[in-house]
Design a binder for this molecule. Structure first.
Ligand code: B12
Ligand code: SF4
Length: 548
């Protein structure tokens, strides 16, 4: 690739439906992907043109994909891949190669392919897999550097792999309901297979993170992403990161061990830019925003000094032992309104088996809620069933613990050994992994993918998962009463009833961004502008574009 060419980021169709139909059906979220926004702004610096196709919010995504590829003929197709999306990412790569042949370079990054590069290079038509942080590596790929010279990738150095189905055949199979993992079509000669794995690229330092360009707001049509009030109060909302990695080592988690941070000055500058561009809420997705409490405090203080107030949500979870009332009150003044806390379990044996590093977890949890209650912040408590040390008794203890902690919202998930985690490595060593059907790996579905060391069966976990939600939200009169009073006071009774219905009758009202109805005038205004006037100043490609 000697000339800058078009780079097309693609989000797979099921990107946001992992939670549809589960007990968090009411809180199905969708937003521009931060990975693409960072990669995009980085390569744009060097003159590359980027677009995004978000199949997660498009109707008839697969035929649309083919139309877009035929019309735009990108030189690079770039995709991020979480574990459950592996088959979709694979099919998108196959369709791209079937349509564009070797003129397109298919690149995958993200947690799943970083963990399983060989699989990604034999079962898919991907040319290169990028490990860990992608900005610099991706630029080198787009720039046409020879693969052997690029740190942090694995790639095929042979040409012994081809796609044997046509794009239309693949799409027909998908549209006709053939299970995605059964659609084969990559012919690979194992004898002639040459997979090369280059040395890793050193992770960026704090200074290098600071020097990254701001996430590319021009890539997406941000007004297309309207979330339920449970997810965001402000619209449009955007995600933001202020650090990468996490210094703790919970065995179920995919976070990188190398914790690095951006400086308060850079973070607040980016926030100011977001606000100037019309963003009304920032969702901070850091694994560990408050590990360094001094830094977290400095961020809020700087926001206050600059008079920057914006809705903020620390949604991804803060550790129960990394909080103080002073920090939270500062945050509240700067616009923070909600935070998630990973309590995980009411049983110390289960907590220890997660390698959570919380010595007296239950007491820490109560202390943490005491601190939060000194503020007006909303809390989401995260709990987990099925840790290696869990038993039916410990699960029951966790349900009681959640009720005693009284967060505003409580979410339970099922411990799942994602392939990049220590839990997976442990289970694999013990012969407990039963299935590598990656689409079944989902923390809200309790599928039969592994054998639990204490004999907890998937149906038991499903039973307790459902029990948790009814015990917490329905048969918990103090909670129902508190919620009712709050709803009346805040005038949100209509929303709360609607969310209740969505949670407990998911078949009636599926939480799919493609079928949600939004009546907010500013949303309707932007939809109208896009659909009728065909005005879309962003880099987002949609069905309007191909039908023009
Ligand atoms: C926002 C988020 C989501 C969003 C969007 C997911 C997405 N693809 O970004 C939603 C809500 C959809 C989601 C869902 C799930 N998530 Co999630 N999510 C996150 C979260 C909090 C932030 C991701 C993010 O934006 N990071 C910031 C960006 C800049 O970093 P990044 O995505 O890692 O991208 C960088 C590099 O990885 C690399 N890179 C990534 N992609 C690509 C692609 C190319 C082409 C290149 C070159 C480079 C590259 O370059 C980027 C810039 O350096 C992370 C935790 C975290 N802090 O990262 C978990 C995380 C990604 N999620 C996780 C999990 C478990 C899930 C679910 C599987 C849960 C479930 N239901 O079972 C589902 C998966 C469903 C799905 N459809 O994807 C795990 C990953 C596990 C795994 N093996 O897949 C993570 C890491 C959480 C954790 N700490 O364990 N998630
Ligand atoms: S669960 Fe939280 S504290 Fe534990 S390793 Fe992951 S990000 Fe860090």
């Amino acid at each position: 690739m000697d000339q800058p060419g078009l780079i097309l980021f693609i989000t797979p169709p099921s990107a946001f439906t992992a939670y549809t139909g589960t007990k968090i059906n009411a809180g199905v979220q969708h937003y521009p992907l931060l990975s693409y926004m960072y990669l995009s702004s980085y390569v744009k610096k060097f003159g590359f043109q980027t677009r995004v196709l978000d199949l997660g919010i498009e109707k008839n995504p697969w035929p649309l994909l083919a139309k877009v590829l035929r019309k735009m003929r990108p030189r690079v197709v770039a995709m991020t891949c979480t574990t459950p999306l592996f088959y979709e990412v694979r099919l998108i790569g196959m369709i791209a190669k079937a349509i564009l042949g070797d003129s397109v370079t298919v690149v995958q990054g993200g947690i799943h392919v970083s963990a399983l590069p060989e699989e990604s290079l034999t079962e898919t038509m991907c040319d290169a897999v990028i490990f860990d942080e992608g900005e610099i590596t991706f630029h080198e790929i787009c720039n046409g550097s020879p693969f052997e010279n690029i740190l942090g990738i694995a790639y095929r150095s042979d040409k012994n792999r081809r796609v044997v189905l046509s794009a239309d055949e693949i799409i027909n199979d998908i549209v006709n309901g053939k299970p995605l993992y059964e659609i084969e079509g990559v012919q690979d000669d194992p004898q002639g297979r040459e997979i090369r794995r280059n040395l890793p690229r050193p992770l960026m330092s704090n200074q290098e993170l600071d020097a990254l360009p701001f996430a590319d707001l021009d890539l997406y049509d941000i007004y297309r992403y309207k979330n339920p009030k449970l997810i965001a109060r402000g619209y449009p909302m955007i995600q933001m990161e202020t650090s990468r990695g996490c210094p703790f080592h919970c065995n179920f988690c995919s976070a990188d061990d190398a914790y690095r941070v951006m400086s308060p000055a850079r973070i607040v500058k980016e926030m100011e830019e977001f606000k100037r561009r019309g963003i009304k809420e920032i969702r901070i997705i850091d694994d560990q925003f408050a590990t360094n409490m001094k830094r977290a405090k400095a961020i809020f203080e700087l926001m206050l000094k600059k008079g920057l107030k914006i809705h903020m949500n620390l949604a991804n979870g803060v550790r129960a032992d990394r909080l103080s009332a002073e920090l939270l009150k500062l945050g509240e003044r700067a616009g923070l309104y909600q935070l998630g806390i990973g309590f995980e379990s009411g049983d110390q044996v289960a907590l220890d088996s997660m390698q959570k590093g919380l010595k007296d977890g239950v007491t820490t949890g109560f202390k943490c809620m005491e601190i939060i209650r000194k503020t007006g912040l909303e809390t989401v408590g995260f709990f987990m069933f099925g840790a290696a040390g869990d038993t039916e008794e410990s699960i029951n203890r966790t349900i009681a613990y959640a009720k005693a902690l009284r967060p505003d919202y409580a979410k339970v998930t099922i411990s799942t050994p994602f392939p990049d985690t220590r839990l997976y490595a442990d289970f694999k060593r013990q012969g407990l992994i039963k299935s590598k059907r990656w689409d079944l790996y989902n923390i809200h579905r309790a599928e039969d993918v592994y054998e639990h060391p204490n004999g907890l069966k998937p149906e038991m976990l499903r039973f307790y998962y459902n029990l948790f939600y009814s015990e917490y939200y329905l048969f918990n009169w103090p909670y129902v009463w508190r919620r009712f009073l709050k709803s009346v006071k805040k005038g949100t009774i209509f929303y709360d009833l609607w969310y209740g219905l969505k949670t407990f009758c998911p078949r009636l009202i599926p939480g799919d961004p493609r079928s949600s109805i939004h009546l907010k005038p500013i949303f309707l205004y932007h939809e109208l502008k896009r659909k009728i006037l065909g005005k879309n100043p962003s880099g987002q490609v949609s069905s309007d574009y191909v039908n023009k």
